[in-house]
Design a binder for this molecule. Structure first.
Ligand code: HGY
Ligand code: MN
Ligand code: MN
Length: 412
């Protein structure tokens, strides 16, 4: 059996190297079209070239590498994941899914494997959506779902997307060049940390993804009435924070009742002064399920309950949906090929669904898609304690090498 230990260690060390490109001292924070994004693309391109790939950056800031086979007009098998992170995130979410396939290509190059398809790897520039508020910008540019309205979106410093693209050296008038045709793409495969506890509980290094949860997101603004904390009687107040507090509990209770997940992750309060009754509170809602109908049922109940609470606490409520993605099933044939490849390496093939969203759900609009999960410590993610074991990277390389052999047999 090939020894992937050195390549696995290399991937692990490269995750450390990329982690230094962060906009915040002492924590992971790499956002779309920033200097740190530019550094991560350049470093990734360097490793891609060292593995024997040609490299380029597309008009959406995605970093590509290409490993050609001997047949010029052969189709392409595409691997990839994202190079951006959440604020105070981990070193492996997304990153592992770019660096592991680079190591695989290095192995294929060193062993001169004659493949009937080209291999490409893409490092998406924005999956988390933490700079401009919408997610999957890089993969949506590739799938042809780019929306020019995004150009006016602004980041926390008031920089809009078109300015950020120009500063990054991109010409947004050419953004359509980033979109790919499905005709020459055989499949898209994303390797990603599980970001959940199942593989660790089952004591498995890898797992195969069945489907990816569909998420809806909204920003909800409450308008109450500011007033003196000492003089306005309680029964005459229009306190936006009190209204919010009841809404947050209602969201939590309704989600549990319907068996979906809902999160209030972002909260802003104004004027946020110790002796002023809060007049404006704004918060985010992220609600997901493996089943869109279940999610939407819970969402409808949340919407009506928040209207009742807004009335009860005398605040005006404004609801702005910011994201909507349907649940996406992985391609059955690819899924079973991954399951066979896992079994070939002597590991029990466990299939599980992904509560986290991924670029793979966007690429599914272009070609058959599959995902391989890698165990992570206690399922921790979107947190600096995110951790993986080198041995599990090694296990995933064995699976991918076997998957490539099977996929090549299918496509000769
Ligand atoms: O939010 C998500 O599911 C992903 O990590 N962006
Ligand atoms: Mn993430
Ligand atoms: Mn991710």
């Amino acid at each position: 059996m090939t020894d992937f230990a050195d390549l696995a260690q290399e991937v692990f060390d490269q995750c450390e190297t990329l982690a230094q490109f962060s906009q915040a001292e002492g924590m992971m924070d790499r956002r779309f079209l920033t200097k740190e994004h530019q550094q991560a693309n350049a470093q990734t391109a360097f490793w891609m070239e060292a593995a024997g790939m040609q490299t380029w950056q597309d008009e959406a800031g995605n970093q590509y590498g290409r490993f050609e086979c001997s047949t010029p007009d052969a189709p392409t098998l595409l691997f990839g994941s994202h190079l951006d992170t959440v604020p105070n995130g981990g070193k492996y979410d997304g990153i592992l899914g770019v660096l592991t396939p680079i190591a695989l290509v290095k192995y294929l190059n060193q062993t001169n494997q004659a493949l009937p398809f080209h291999i490409e790897i893409v490092g998406f520039g924005d999956e988390e959506g933490t700079r401009f508020g919408i997610t999957l910008i890089g993969s949506r540019a590739i799938s042809g779902n780019w929306d020019d309205n995004w150009l006016l979106l602004q980041d926390a410093n008031g920089v809009n997307l078109s300015q950020a693209m120009a500063e990054f050296g991109l010409d947004y008038t050419k953004i359509q060049q980033a979109s790919r045709k499905s005709s020459n793409l055989l499949a898209f495969v994303e390797i990603h940390i599980e970001q959940g506890p199942v593989l660790e509980k089952e004591n498995l290094p890898v797992g195969i993804v069945s489907s990816i949860a569909g998420a809806k997101r909204a920003i909800i603004s409450l308008k109450g009435k500011a007033g003196h904390a000492g003089t306005v009687p309680m029964h005459l107040r229009q306190d936006a924070v009190v209204a919010f507090a009841h809404m947050a509990v209602a969201i939590n209770d309704i989600a549990k009742k319907h068996g979906v997940v809902a999160t209030v992750g972002y909260l802003e309060n104004k004027p946020n002064a110790v002796n002023v009754i809060p007049s404006r509170t704004q918060f985010s809602l992220d609600i997901r399920s493996e089943y869109d109908a279940l999610r939407d049922e819970a969402l409808a109940e949340i919407e009506s309950q928040l209207a009742v609470l807004a009335n009860e606490y005398q605040v005006e409520l404004e609801w702005k949906q910011t994201h909507s993605a349907s649940a996406v099933a992985c391609d059955p044939a690819l899924k079973s090929m991954l399951e066979s490849a896992v079994a070939d390496t002597g590991t029990q093939p466990l299939t599980l669904f992904s509560g986290a969203g991924h670029d793979a759900m966007e690429l599914a609009n272009l070609c058959p898609m599959a995902m391989l999960f890698v165990r992570c410590k206690e399922g921790i993610s979107h947190h600096p304690d995110e951790a993986i074991q080198v041995g599990d990277v090694e296990a995933s390389l064995h699976v991918l090498a076997r998957f490539i052999e099977r996929f090549a047999e299918e496509n000769r």
